[in-house]
Structures are given as structure tokens and as C-alpha cells.
Design a protein around this ligand. Structure first.
Ligand code: SER
Length: 592
């Protein structure tokens, strides 16, 4: 069965159980400074898991492309990837354990026909004041699973939150006990390197996790305890790559149809068979597939944030290519993808790296012992991402002092705190007060630009950190100093007026009728959330378009969060205006 058949069957199965299919989110979250990438299906749904009404209802299903930067170094085996597609279904305070476990069991057993004796499940054994999940255990038994196929594990294995176990969750974060499903590849021998005996959560590769039902019902409190949420949610996620491997009894996700042509191309360009250089080809295949998805979502290689992760993926792939075949031209990497604009971005990055790669590799052979300072020189002079150098020396049995590298890096660039967090931790600050202020300022900026430049201005993207806002919009020429000054003046005037910020749930046609603007997802269909900034529905404005907007100065589709009154923002200064591609401009602004 192909991956596309599995995806279709899954979506249909849950639609038949009363779910609405929702559109997947972009890989780079809009206006979410708490993370660099969408790394699970639940991420865009956090506000709804916390109790906000979702426009599509209480039962949702989708297939969400995900990127997990923290797994880069895990890639190079039969199952780890940075980029993957997660099949997901959710109950937002609707059904709970009984329905979820029965349905997911029916999906794997009856829809897909996976053999019962090769399916195992795990259940939470209890800890941190959360009881042992005997309810799930009893449900699994009632579905016909033998006791031998049900395992209990603690918080390290059977608790899910975006940050892991309860003690790693930040205040306000949600999570809960989970129940995972595993498929056993009986043809894979247990590797004693991973423990004397094999079990579903063993890392030897005999078992593959193919699904995870998380019972999201707790929120971390300031005193470290876990509080029950007002609604009990189900959050299921299953990796399409792994389910496809199980369905085809192929104990290697890189042998599924999702990677078939990628691996074949890598074999052709390197003149080497997959079986000879598995680990390196797995890295290249994953990284190029991930890069393609990131580039399509607007990321370009750079030294910061998402751009740095993309650069790391591409340069690490280039090093692996050269290690397989030292004569290979780096622009061969782009032949792995089909999209012409993605090829162009990869080629440009390979051109840049190929000027220094060979010299850098030569230099590395000369270095007898590495330290943070030398790693920084390799980064500075030859463009070697720190992690690539780290990996190359790890092969030689040498570790680098990362703190020393960081200190050296910060000495040479006045790297901002958030950029540095993005480079070194793969994540950003929390959803703080300052970010909320920037978010509301972005709405004012959008409308002010339309006032000054005309209604052809439309938001194309935005990104906010605790240090600045970035706003991309359609416009075909550079802004004059006067236009920038005027825009800034309007935004600051609206802030001074201390306008109130309202949220309304309306249907899309109503929202369009009253002139709401912004990025919004047609697929949600039923109802949308809009934010209005201004005196509100008492249209006394002389400006016709503001009258149309029901008296609001700005009216946008948006999920929030926002300040309650614009006065809370403070003063805004536009610090940069530039082109990012044909017809698209970017503004950076900061709190003055
Ligand atoms: N959020 C859970 C996971 O990522 C299940 O969807 O595994």
C-alpha cells in the first residue's frame, strides 16, 4: 500500500467518525515566537486544546508536515528523520480514551490489516501525582490485545508534551499521559548493544512506534504541580513514513515510496549503492527532503534561526556527498529535488559552500586536537556549521567545548540574544508580553501601510521575536523615506489613541463583507476569528473604508494573542525596509 493510499484512508476513516479535515499549518509558524518550526500536529492547535472554540468543531483530522531540528543528529538509522508527515486526529474536550483507542485499533487492524500479533502498545505507569492508566490498559485488553503485548512505562516514555516529561515542561505548557503503538519487525534481530532483552521501546530497530494517543488533560503550574485542564483532549499523531514501512514490512523508512526516487537519485549521482553507504545516504535523503519543504515554505539559507538550520541541513548533506564520492560536484545535490525554484536555492548555497569545502576538509585533516576556538575559525573561514565540525571530530574521537565556541562566536558578532538562542538551542523565547505587543503592532502596521501605499498592500508573512517584529507585504518598489515616516507616524498615533482590541468569531463571508484582511485559511470554512482595533461598531469615521470595517481602524483574520488596548504597546520605530523577492518587501520594526 502506498503512503498516499494510507493518508487517504486515515483521513476518510476519521471523517466517517464525525471529524472535520483541517488544513495543515506552515512549517514556519506565523507569529509564534516560542518555536522555530511546526514540529507536531498539535502545535497549531494549542489554543483550542486549552479551551478556545475551534471554528471547525471538536473533532479534527489532518496530515501535518513536521520538522524537528532537535533530531538532526539522530538521523542515520532506519527510522529517524527531521522532516516527516504526521497523521493526526483530535478531540477537543469531546470523546476520550475509549473511543480513541478503539478507533485507532480498528484503523490499524481493520482498515490497514496489520497483523495483531505484531502490534504492541504501551501505557503510563503513573507518577508526579498522575495515576497509573489502568483505564487504557483495560480498554486495550477488551479490544483483544494479550497482556503480553501491553507494556507499562514511566514519564520518560509514556508522557507527552512538547518539552518532554513534566519536570521539563514550562509553566503554562500542556501535556498528559499517552498510549503508544508499536509494530514489530520480526525479521530484525535484537541488538544486545541496546540491552539484554528487546521490548517495544527498545532502540535496536526491531520495534517501530507507529502511533501515539496523548491524553492532554494537564497544565504545568508555577509551583511545579500539574493542574487538570477544564477539558480533556485527545491528541493522536502517527508518522506516515513509519506506518508505510510497517504496511510494507520494510524495517527502514528510507525503503518506502516516500524516499524511493530520492535514494535512487543519490545512488545515481554518487555511483554507489544504498546498501554500501546507508547511514550517509539516509542523512542526505532526509536533509534534502526537509530542505525542500522548508524552502517551499519561504526559508532561505542564512546564519540565523530557520535559515541557519536549513544551511546546516544542506552543508551537512554536502559533506556526506563528498565523503561518499570525493569527486562529486556539489550541485548534484539539487538533482534530488524536482522543483526549479528549490533547485536554484540549493545550487546557490552549494556554490557558496563549494568554494571553501575542500580547503576546509583539508584543514581539518591537519588539526590534531580541536577546541572551540578552532571550530569557530572553521566556521568563519570555511563556512562549516559548528555541528558539522563537531560531527567530523566525533568520528576522530574528539569532543569540542561548545561553550568556548559560543563565547568566541559572540565575541565576533554582536549576535542578538534571540538569534543566538535560535542557533544554539533551535528555539526562541516564550510567548511573552513584549511579543504580544509586537503582534498587535503588526496589525496596525499592516493597515497603516495600506493607508499610505494603497490597498494593493497585503500581508505575505510575519515573524516576531522579543526583540523586533518583521512584516512581509506585497509592494513592487522601495518605500521612500517620507512613506516610511508617515507609516510610522500613523502606527504611533493609533497607539497613542489607546484604541481597544476586540475579538469576534464570525463566518468567513461576514468577515469579508466587513472588509477583514489578512492571512486566513479558506479550508476552515465554518467560522473565523477576527481582531478589530478601534472604537468598534459605532461607525463615526469619515473614511469610507473604515466605516465599512464597522468603525475599526484595523480588522484582520487572526488567532491572537493581543494586548487589550493599543496604549500598552509603547512607541514603534521602523528600522529597516528591504526587498526579499520580486514584489515582496520586508519591514523590521522595534519598540523605541
Ligand atoms: N503530539 C503527539 C506527538 O507528537 C501526538 O500527536 O507524538
Amino acid at each position: 500500500m502506498t503512503s498516499s493510499d494510507i493518508r487517504k484512508k486515515y483521513i476518510k476513516f476519521f471523517i466517517d467518525k464525525g471529524h472535520k479535515e483541517i488544513a495543515p499549518a506552515k512549517l514556519v509558524p506565523e507569529n509564534d515566537p516560542s518555536t522555530l518550526f511546526t514540529s507536531s500536529g498539535m502545535q497549531p492547535l494549542v489554543p483550542y486544546l486549552l479551551g478556545r472554540t475551534h471554528p471547525a468543531g471538536k473533532r479534527l483530522v489532518d496530515s501535518q508536515p513536521c520538522f524537528r531540528a532537535e533530531d538532526i543528529e539522530e538521523v542515520g538509522d532506519n527510522r529517524h528523520t527531521t522532516f516527516f508527515e504526521m497523521l493526526g486526529n483530535w478531540s477537543l474536550g469531546d470523546y476520550f480514551k475509549k473511543e480513541q483507542l478503539s478507533w485507532i485499533w480498528a484503523f490499524f487492524r481493520e482498515e490497514l490489516g496489520l497483523p495483531q500479533e505484531r502490534l504492541y502498545v504501551s501505557v503510563f505507569e503513573g507518577s508526579n501525582g498522575v495515576p497509573k492508566d489502568t483505564e487504557s490498559y483495560e480498554i486495550w485488553k477488551s479490544l483483544g490485545l494479550s497482556e503480553d503485548n501491553i507494556y507499562f512505562y514511566g514519564v520518560e516514555k509514556n508522557w507527552w508534551s512538547r518539552f518532554g516529561a513534566p519536570d521539563k515542561m514550562s509553566v503554562g505548557e500542556i501535556g498528559g499521559p499517552d498510549s503508544e503503538m508499536f509494530f514489530e519487525f520480526t525479521q530484525v534481530e535484537h541488538d544486545p548493544k541496546y540491552g539484554s532483552s528487546c521490548h517495544p521501546n527498545c532502540d535496536c530497530g526491531r520495534f517501530l512506534e507507529i502511533g501515539n494517543s496523548v491524553f492532554i488533560q494537564y497544565q504545568k503550574q508555577g509551583d511545579g504541580s500539574l493542574k487538570e485542564l477544564s477539558q480533556k483532549n485527545v491528541d493522536f499523531g502517527g508518522g506516515l513514513e513509519r506506518i508505510t514501512a510497517a504496511m510494507n514490512d520494510a524495517p527502514d523508512v528510507f525503503k518506502t515510496d516516500l524516499y524511493e526516487s530520492i535514494i535512487q537519485t543519490i545512488e545515481t549521482v554518487t555511483g554507489t549503492k544504498y546498501e554500501m553507504e546507508k547511514e550517509k545516504m539516509q542523512v542526505i535523503a532526509d536533509h534534502v527532503r526537509g530542505s525542500e519543504a522548508l524552502i517551499k515554505d519561504g526559508v532561505i539559507p542564512s546564519n540565523k534561526l530557520q535559515g541557519y538550520i536549513l544551511r546546516r541541513l544542506l552543508r551537512r548533506s554536502a559533506v556526506k556527498l563528498r565523503q561518499i564520492n570525493k569527486d562529486i560536484k556539489l550541485n548534484e545535490l539539487a538533482t534530488v529535488v524536482s522543483d526549479e525554484s528549490v533547485k536554484a536555492v540549493i545550487n546557490e548555497e552549494m556554490d557558496r559552500f563549494s568554494r571553501t569545502l575542500d580547503q576546509g576538509l583539508k584543514e581539518i585533516t591537519k588539526i590534531e586536537s580541536i577546541d572551540g576556538k578552532k571550530a569557530f575559525d572553521l566556521h568563519q573561514t570555511f563556512g562549516f556549521p559548528y555541528e558539522v565540525t563537531e560531527e567530523l571530530f566525533r568520528y576522530k574521537g574528539q569532543e569540542i567545548d561548545r561553550e568556548q565556541f559560543k563565547a568566541e562566536f559572540e565575541k565576533h558578532k554582536e549576535l542578538s540574544r534571540t538569534a543566538s538562542a535560535g542557533m544554539f538551542k533551535g528555539g526562541l523565547a516564550d510567548n511573552s508580553e513584549i511579543v504580544t505587543k509586537y503582534h498587535t503592532a503588526t496589525h496596525l502596521l499592516h493597515q497603516a501601510l495600506r493607508d499610505v501605499l494603497g490597498p494593493q498592500v497585503f500581508q505575505k508573512g510575519s515573524n516576531i521575536t522579543s526583540e523586533r517584529l518583521r512584516f512581509d507585504f506585497s509592494f513592487d518598489r522601495k518605500l521612500t523615506d517620507e512613506e516610511i515616516r508617515k507609516t510610522e507616524e500613523i502606527v504611533n498615533k493609533r497607539i497613542e489613541e489607546d484604541l481597544k482590541v476586540d475579538r469576534k468569531i464570525v463566518n468567513p463571508s461576514e468577515a469579508k463583507e466587513i472588509g477583514a484582511i489578512g492571512l486566513f485559511d479558506e479550508k476552515y470554512g465554518l467560522e473565523v476569528s477576527i481582531y478589530g482595533i478601534g472604537p468598534g461598531f459605532a461607525p463615526d469615521s469619515k473614511a469610507k473604508d473604515q466605516r465599512d470595517r464597522g468603525g475599526y481602524y484595523s480588522l484582520e483574520f487572526c488567532g491572537g494573542p493581543h494586548v487589550e488596548h493599543t496604549g500598552a504597546i509603547g512607541k514603534i520605530k521602523i528600522v529597516k525596509e528591504e526587498a526579499i523577492s520580486a514584489g515582496i518587501r520586508r519591514i523590521r520594526a522595534q519598540l523605541a
